[in-house]
Write a protein that binds this ligand. Structure first.
Ligand code: ADP
Ligand code: GLC
Length: 498
């Protein structure tokens, strides 16, 4: 199959969260299964700075886009996957974050930027860019690429479309005035299309028009059909339930494996756990915390947003201090959460340390050095850090939701007996529930034999991409077959009418 995989970020070139990890690794896994998958992302300034070996392969004049757009081609670093960059300097040649300005607010022209990106993907999908390559499937991810489905819907000989929801909370909502400036077909506005409560909703493009919808865990696929998790789109999503599949994300163990991780001071595996302790010491030193092997070190690595339940972590800080634990936080995002974390560091300098910012190498060091990873998310489509944590022998504490529920097995007498326990989970997003779970985990932490069993069971888990990549391929096949049936059914119906 020929597959075009469209994303607004891809590791290692540009990353703000887990979408980049997925876009940087799933295509590689699909290519290993011998399919021609190519990735397309915007040519952000920081991406262009890292990629010298890109060649100009096309100039595009796109409807509604003032300046011509260039397509550059090269390789996704560390793989043989072809990467296309959509080079529209007025939209992407600017410093910093792909979505936000320095102060954290959205770039004011985001609707226009990602409409341009989608129009360029449409041209690649129809082979009107002159690359002599046409995908059978266009796989879009999140709202930034969701308009591709309705744009392609207008063409008879179009590829099939798959739309993956990585996070339903980000929808790309803009008012009518903005919609008018995008010069999109007028019928894109309307409740059967992308209108949503009097706004233009990019994500609805994918949800209404894609041939198939997926999301990144089976539990989240069920949750988003309920009012608690559906962000107002639960009706529409339930309506498409027969075309909705939850496929759990995989992880790339060539990047996230303590046995060969270049970012950590001392590499280790399940048979050399004392080396993990050396990473704990260097982590404590790095954060100027008292160096002590027996002190439990809790960790958080996260975008600092409401989704992640960081407020709950801050609520339990006094309890962690009482229990003589340490807490290390790496994150950036919401200004109020950043300030609250700094306050906690000031109040308890011997127990709480933080790095406010984005630091890839440090995130690996924290995974290697911590004992317990905290992820009390209010919702979590999949979540990757709880999976990385298991491979690093850092036992996760998670809220039982979305992908967290699908990847962490709570510790009970039964799961210990069956050797399946990999962490701790709780149901309610409350201080009381998190606190009780932390106390429960610390009870086991103080029993070294059981703790070692938990660590080793986690390290043995296999969440590599192979199985999930295979599932995407089966799904692509189903979607293609379904479209072929539709195409042959149409003339038959016409004949019978005649
Ligand atoms: P989400 O995509 O919702 O942010 P995931 O758990 O799927 O959550 O993925 C988050 C990814 O981003 C992980 O690879 C994590 O290590 C990384 N990450 C988040 N915040 C930071 C940070 N401040 N510094 C470095 N890496 C970070
Ligand atoms: C989103 C979700 C996260 C998921 C990631 C990759 O950002 O918040 O749960 O792991 O996408 O699919």
């Amino acid at each position: 199959m020929n597959i075009l995989f469209a994303s607004s970020e891809a590791h290692p070139l540009i990353k703000t969260g887990g979408l980049a990890d997925v876009a940087g690794s799933l295509p590689h896994a699909i290519r290993n299964l011998r399919h021609d998958i190519r990735v397309v992302i915007p040519a952000y300034q920081s991406v262009l700075k890292q990629t010298e070996k890109f060649t100009l392969v096309a100039h595009l004049e796109l409807e509604g886009v003032k300046q011509p757009v260039r397509i550059l081609a090269g390789r996704l670093p560390g793989s043989a996957v072809t990467l296309y960059l959509v080079d529209s300097p007025e939209h992407f040649d600017r410093p910093g974050n792909p979505y936000t300005m320095k102060q954290g607010s959205e770039w004011p022209d985001n609707a226009e930027r990602f409409t341009t990106f989608c129009r360029a993907i449409e041209a690649l999908a129809l082979d009107s860019a002159g690359l002599d390559w046409q995908p059978d499937i266009v796989h879009c991810n999140d709202w930034q690429t969701a308009l591709v489905a309705p744009l392609l819907e207008r063409h008879d000989s179009r590829p099939a479309t798959v739309f993956t929801i990585h996070n339903l909370a980000y929808q790309g909502l803009y008012d009518w005035k903005v919609f008018k400036t995008l010069e999109l077909p007028a019928d894109f506005w309307g409740t059967k299309a992308m209108e949503f409560h009097n706004q233009f909703s990019f994500i609805k493009g994918g949800l209404v028009f894609a041939d198939w919808i997926t999301t990144v865990s089976p539990t989240y696929a069920r949750e988003i059909q309920t009012s608690e998790y559906g962000c107002g789109l639960e009706g529409l999503i339930s309506h498409r339930t027969d075309k909705l599949t939850g496929i759990l994300n995989g992880v790339d163990y060539s990047v996230w494996d303590p046995a060969r991780d270049p970012h950590i001071p001392v590499q280790y595996n399940a048979r050399s756990l004392p080396h993990k302790l050396q990473n704990k010491q260097t982590l404590q030193e790095h954060f100027a915390l008292p160096v002590d092997d027996t002190t439990p070190v809790f960790a958080v690595i996260s975008r600092l947003v409401e989704q992640k339940g960081i407020d709950l972590v801050l609520d339990i800080v006094p309890e962690l201090v009482k229990q003589q634990a340490q807490l290390v936080i790496l994150g950036s995002g919401d200004a109020a959460l950043e300030a609250a974390i700094s306050d906690a560091v000031t109040a308890y300098p011997k127990h709480v340390a933080a790095h406010i910012g984005y630091d890839e190498a440090l995130s690996h060091h924290i995974e290697a050095g911590a004992d317990i990873f905290l992820m009390p998310s209010r919702f979590e489509p999949c979540g990757l850090n709880q999976i990385y944590s298991q491979r690093y022998g850092t036992v996760p504490i998670v809220r039982h939701t979305g992908g967290l529920a699908d990847t962490v097995t709570d510790t009970t007498d039964e799961t210990l007996e069956a050797n399946t326990a990999t962490g701790f989970s709780f149901n309610k997003a409350t201080y009381t529930a998190l606190n009780a779970t932390v106390t429960r985990a610390l009870g086991y932490y103080r029993q070294p034999a059981i703790w070692q069993q938990l660590v080793c069971t986690g390290m043995k888990q296999d969440f590599s991409w192979k199985r999930s990549a295979q599932r995407y391929l089966e799904l692509y096949q189903t979607v293609l077959e379904q479209r072929a049936v539709k195409a042959t059914a149409r003339p038959l119906i016409l004949q019978s009418l005649l």
